[in-house]
Ligand binder design. Structure first.
Ligand code: BGC
Length: 452
């Protein structure tokens, strides 16, 4: 038994044969080539290059240079034995101004990437929007401008028309609550806007754009295409066994877990638990209640941790605060997120309970640790343990008859972790960002054994 195999008991054969195994990445976090071959700027190009926004003023201008080195990385993916690859399209690479003129070089790049995956027997799964809005559109108000729905529709139509004959699984968006919350309320992600006057319209236009994106894909793509979208989710628990903490937990649950899925399912915004959401009405137009609804073929959920919540009168709007994991003295990852494997089971259980959800995949789960190369090896035992304990919970979910049909690791290579820069390493493959050298970590080898 090697160090990397803590237990030999877990194997993919314990899962149903149709269960999908994959790995997820996102354009801005890996591609680099920020101004190559006619690409336009995105809000992340601008935000990350402004001093003070990102840890150590790092940016994604080069990142993992995936744009130039994708063949090598797909070869590594193949070596790891991972059959499904979820990646996103950089909107401003194919539409440099967000709308209007198409950049054929950008289209050619994604065509080559898709074709290369297929030639290597790796199935491409496309995310259309993983947070990198074209900067030209941000100048017109970005997600706060209702016109964004028609801008986004042009982008979705273009992707469906150009890539639709070869890609079967589509995801309209990645984690809307994170990009609207961090980018339009807290100002810690691009485009760096703050406050309810930005957040509430961004929420509503995003909800409408997700539903409209789903309708457009269904209209253009072949009938067997699977159209979905993805949401972040955290298991929320009250700090103390007190009614006020329970209510605080319900408010945080409404914000972090229910805000986008429920209007899409026709249940409306969860404004009973979170009354501030009633102000979204200001941005609603007649008929929006129906336009917000779309029946997706699948939903992707992305879970990393749980949050423990207490009542906090002085926190505006939500009257709740999170008790940070280090304060609770629990085991954490390099993101200071609690390692709590049951959370993934709880989230599968929660989303399974929505009867209108047809199919559920875990489209992201993973962990950052301070990996060290010793004698050319990265023995990331904590990450292996993280995968073992989380995948064991997913297995339990399948055995308990919950609706779950796939699991994607976040992520293939170490990459640009948004406001945190390059410090948190999430990859199955280590990247030396000075030399772009890749080294498969022991967790990558563990995953290969698990899939073999
Ligand atoms: C996002 C990724 C991110 C990961 C780890 C998710 O929120 O989709 O882009 O890198 O979690 O933070």
């Amino acid at each position: 038994m090697t160090n990397r195999t803590l237990t030999q008991s877990l194997h993919k054969n314990q899962f149903p044969a149709h269960f999908k195994w994959g790995v997820s990445v996102a354009a801005y976090q890996i591609e680099g080539a920020h101004n190559s071959d006619g690409k336009g700027q995105s809000i992340w190009d601008v935000f990350a290059n402004q001093k003070g926004n990102i840890h150590l003023n790092q940016h994604g201008n080069i990142a993992c240079d995936f744009y130039n080195q994708y063949q090598q990385d797909i070869q590594l993916l193949k070596q790891l034995n991972i059959p499904n690859f979820r990646f996103s399209i950089a909107w401003s690479r194919i539409l440099p101004n967000g709308i209007g003129d198409v950049n054929e070089a950008g289209i050619a790049y994604y065509n080559q990437l898709i074709d290369y995956c297929i030639a290597q027997k790796i199935e491409p799964w496309l995310t259309l929007y993983h947070w990198d809005l074209p900067y030209a559109l941000e100048k017109k108000g970005g997600w706060t401008n209702r016109e964004v729905i028609s801008w986004f529709s042009q982008f979705v139509s273009l992707c469906a028309t150009r890539f639709g004959n070869r890609v079967k699984h589509w995801m309209v968006m990645n984690e809307p609550v994170v990009f609207t919350g961090a980018g339009y309320f807290l100002g810690i992600h691009a485009p760096g806007r703050r406050g309810m006057d930005n957040f509430l319209p961004a929420i509503h236009h995003t909800t409408l754009a997700i539903a409209e994106g789903g309708r457009i894909l269904k209209k253009i793509l072949p009938p067997d295409a699977q159209v979905g979208t993805t949401f972040s989710c955290s298991y929320i628990q009250p700090y103390r066994n007190l009614p006020r903490d329970q209510k605080a937990a319900n408010r945080v649950d409404a914000l972090l877990n229910r805000l986008f899925i429920e209007p899409l399912l026709g249940l409306g915004y969860p404004d009973k638990e979170l009354p501030i959401l009633k102000n979204i009405k200001k941005y609603m137009q007649p008929g929006d209640e129906h336009k917000m609804v779309f029946d997706f073929d699948f939903i992707g959920i992305q879970n990393y941790t749980r949050e423990v919540v207490k009542n906090a009168w002085f926190t505006p709007y939500i009257n709740a605060s999170l008790i940070a994991a280090p304060k609770r003295k629990v085991a954490t990852t390099a993101m200071r997120w609690e390692i709590y494997p049951e959370a993934i089971y709880k989230m599968i259980e929660k989303f399974s309970a929505y009867t209108n959800i047809k199919k559920l995949y875990i489209t992201e789960n993973g962990a950052a640790f301070a990996d060290e190369i010793k004698n050319g090896e990265i023995n990331d035992i904590e990450r292996i343990k993280y995968f073992e304990t989380h995948i064991a919970q997913v297995l339990k979910a399948t055995q308990d008859g919950l609706k779950i049909d796939g699991y994607f690791v976040w992520t293939l290579t170490d990459n640009f972790e948004w406001a945190e820069g390059y410090h948190p390493r999430f990859g199955l493959i280590h990247v030396d960002f000075d030399t772009q050298k890749r080294t498969i970590k022991n967790s990558g080898k563990w995953f290969t054994d698990f899939l073999s």
